[in-house]
Design a protein around this ligand. Structure first.
Ligand SMILES: [Zn+2]
Length: 344
């Protein structure tokens, strides 16, 4: 069997790695699921391996980049390229904003203000179809008006979520390891953005009503420690909201090693509903709900199909229409969305 070659950056400098053969949850030796995987963005050269623990239902990278190499993996990562200013004016954006506000008002009780009447009422109506509700509710982590007062977004990237929640009346703060993104977001929004990796968030001297991690936990060197830190930084009764790729998805089953969610070598671990539940409960949280979401299935399928074409010409996979998929997928959507509470 072919051994993975020493991973290197595109510029040719070596990426230091460390062996990680043991399950992050139960420490048993996992099975090798895939070998010789390469970076889908071709930023980091080298071949990578994914292991799987059947009893814990978790997947992880072995070997993995050492902790001090992690920043070098994100030189041109999409969320670190964008400035904080997003969206803009124009008829389409104003109409979309009206739809969004209509959904927020109808389903999450945010007050109606400065809304364009027609788009708001259309949004209120279209929200009942489920299509817009699922998309727009996800952008605010399903948080209702007065679910709390202060919110911390871990890995806030370009600050689009912080901007949205500040507009809706929340007092917001962010954590972001990329110093440039920190400066841009804190200046554009005039909110505190702490320049640190999530593994250092326990140093913050403050507690929050809500902590959010959107597509962050799969990148963490020590997800267990970060969840324990979240627990301490939440007020009793506070809420932790997590969105992460679903390794138990239908797309992973269909595309296997070409599944877009693998994202080697930046995703250090990938969860199923079962393994994320176990990790959250192990950190002391009460699970309020955990399920899969199909909102981004089409995007993931499209990119996975493209990756698979590099491996084979025989790709004959069709996807059910969006709302049909939502009804039939159950736990098989491409994202896991979880809401957990620190006990009062
Ligand atoms: Zn295990």
């Amino acid at each position: 069997m072919m051994k993975p070659s020493p991973p290197e950056s595109k510029k040719g400098s070596c990426i230091q790695t460390t062996a990680s053969p043991l399950c992050p949850i139960c420490s048993s030796e996992g099975d090798i699921l895939y070998e010789n995987l390469s970076d889908p963005h071709a930023q980091i050269s080298g071949l990578w391996r994914i292991r799987n623990c059947r009893s814990c239902s978790i997947f992880w990278l072995d070997p993995r980049p050492t902790a001090n190499e992690i920043p070098n993996l994100y030189d041109s990562y999409p969320t670190h390229r964008l400035p904080a200013e997003t969206g803009g004016g124009g008829i389409f954006n104003n109409f979309k904003e009206g739809l969004r506000r209509g959904v927020f008002h109808r389903f999450h009780r945010y007050p109606q203000k400065k809304l364009r009447k027609l788009s708001f009422h259309v949004g209120w109506f279209l929200g009942s179809t489920g299509f817009y509700r699922r998309r727009f509710s996800r952008t605010i982590h399903w948080l209702n008006h007065k679910n709390g007062h202060c919110l911390l977004d871990v890995g806030c990237g370009n600050g689009s979520f912080l901007r949205r929640m500040k507009q809706l009346g929340w007092e917001v703060e962010g954590i972001e390891p990329d110093s440039r993104a920190c400066d841009v977001v804190s200046q554009a929004l005039n909110v505190p953005v702490h320049n640190m990796p999530a593994e250092e968030m326990h140093k913050l001297q403050k507690q929050f009503d809500i902590i959010t991690l959107s597509h962050v936990i799969e990148h963490l060197v020590d997800p267990t420690f970060v969840l324990q830190s979240c627990f301490k930084l939440l007020f009793p009764g506070g809420i932790l909201s997590i969105i992460t790729p679903n390794a138990g998805s239908r797309g992973h089953k269909l595309f296997g090693p070409a599944w877009r969610g693998l994202e080697v070598p930046r995703h250090l671990q990938l969860f199923t509903i079962e393994s994320l539940s176990r990790l959250l409960e192990g950190a002391g949280f009460n699970l309020l709900w955990i399920r899969s979401s199909t909102v981004f299935d089409r995007n993931i399928y499209s990119e996975s199909r493209h990756l698979k074409k590099k491996l084979t010409d025989e790709v004959q996979i069709t996807l059910a229409p969006d709302n049909v998929a939502a009804l039939i997928e159950g736990k098989r959507g491409e994202e896991i969305v979880a809401c957990a509470q620190r006990p009062s």
